[in-house]
Structure formats: C-alpha cells, structure tokens
Design a protein around this ligand. Sequence first.
Ligand code: 13P
Length: 250
Amino acid sequence: MRRPIVVGNWKMHGSRAENTALVEHLIQGLDGRQAAEVIVCPPHVYLQEVVRQTKDTLLHVGAQNVATEPSGAHTGEVSAAMLKDVGCRYVIVAHSERRTLYREDDAMVARKFRAVLSHGLTPILCVGETLDERENGTTEAVIARQIESVVAVAGIDTLAHAVIAYEPVWAIGTGKNATPDEAQAVHRFIRDRIASRDGNIAAGLRILYGGSVKAGNAAELFAMPDVDGGLVGGASLKGDEFMDICAAAG
Ligand code: 13P
C-alpha cells in the first residue's frame, strides 16, 4: 500500500502573519483521520518558523528548491545540509517554473536530486510536458527523458527514497487540470517505465499529480489507481480548500 501524500507548494506567496494563520488552520484540521501525509513548502526564508510551528504535529515541511553544491561561494543559494539543519524533510526538485524561468537543465536537476538524497531528505522530482509537447505527441518521450536523466546519474535504487510529481506545464496555474484519465495514463507510463528496471521500486513509488488541483477535482484525480496524491499550488494557500484536498486523498 502506498500512503498518499498531499503537498502544498506555496511558491513565492505568504508573509509571517499569513503563514502562521494558515499553518494553525491546517494543524487544527489534521486530526489524525486523514490517511494522507501532508506537507507544506514555504519560501526558504520562512522554513525555520514553519518547522517550529509544526513541531510534534501531523504537518511536515518541505523546501521548494535547493542548491546543486554542498557549500561555498554561491551567493543566494541554500544547500541541502542547511535545509536538513532547519528541519525540512522534503525538497521539491525541478519544478517546471525552475526549469523554464531559471533554466534548470536535466544535468542540474540530477545534481540537486542527489544533493537532497545525500542528506537524508526526500526529493519530490517534478516532471511534465508543455502544451506544445503534448500536441506534438511527445509527452512520453519528454517525461522519459526527464526521469532517465536523473536515474542515469543517481541510480534506479534512489527512486526508493523519492517521490515523483507529474505536473503538466499547461495545467499549472491555468485552472485547466488534466482529466483523471489523462493523468492516469501518464502516471501508468511512469510506473511501467520504472518497473521495467525494478518492479518493487515501481510498486512502492508515490507519484503525485499537480496542476490546478482543487477541492472540486481532487477526489476524482486521487481515485485513479496510479495517482498517489497531489502537488498543489494556488489551492494550498486557502486553509479550508487545502484541507478538503487532503481529505480527498483518503
Ligand atoms: P497550481 O495548483 O496553482 O496549478 O500549481 C501547481 C503547481 O505548480 C504545484 O507545484
């Protein structure tokens, strides 16, 4: 049995006051009846405060990004060791906004993935195709490349300690989610591809869907057999809606 996960990616939103209120709301709502593991990913500058606020609660904390390098003269970067030090458990790697706006290529992604794992943190590796790629019929080729480039560097065994998030770029922040069948098809493709290397790792791997997940569509997406939860952007900033999404994960 794969335990579902729901991750709130706050992106570059929030303030100390807003975060405190939102986290308090989530802590109150997580009463132990939810099957899903629930994680929030605040901007780096707020991580320590959110970790403190969520201590001994059912809410866990992840980061949105990490440096490729372990330390040194890298102005503005935050290392995996630092994220571990302040109490993060998860790190989003290769979000499509990082791939496109900040030019993270496959080689950089693989290094970030390895950096996260080497500190005992869990990477949430994002993959997904653009609208052009979907329309050109290259969705599977793109996703295979994104996964293979990490596996080639880090090894297939590392996927036993990772989470994959399928986020079609055309569905992010657009209000237009993939249909449950579209999501399931890609999730199945990912799992089958990994199964061709290692069946046990594929069977245990949690694959999240992200892209315009809302309270109104979460249940039907999460009901698909290879969808093990969600990576949620905008709707994770609204306490009640995010709790409804968490409840939809089981
Ligand atoms: P939205 O849920 O706002 O579409 O964002 C998805 C996302 O990018 C989560 O990482």
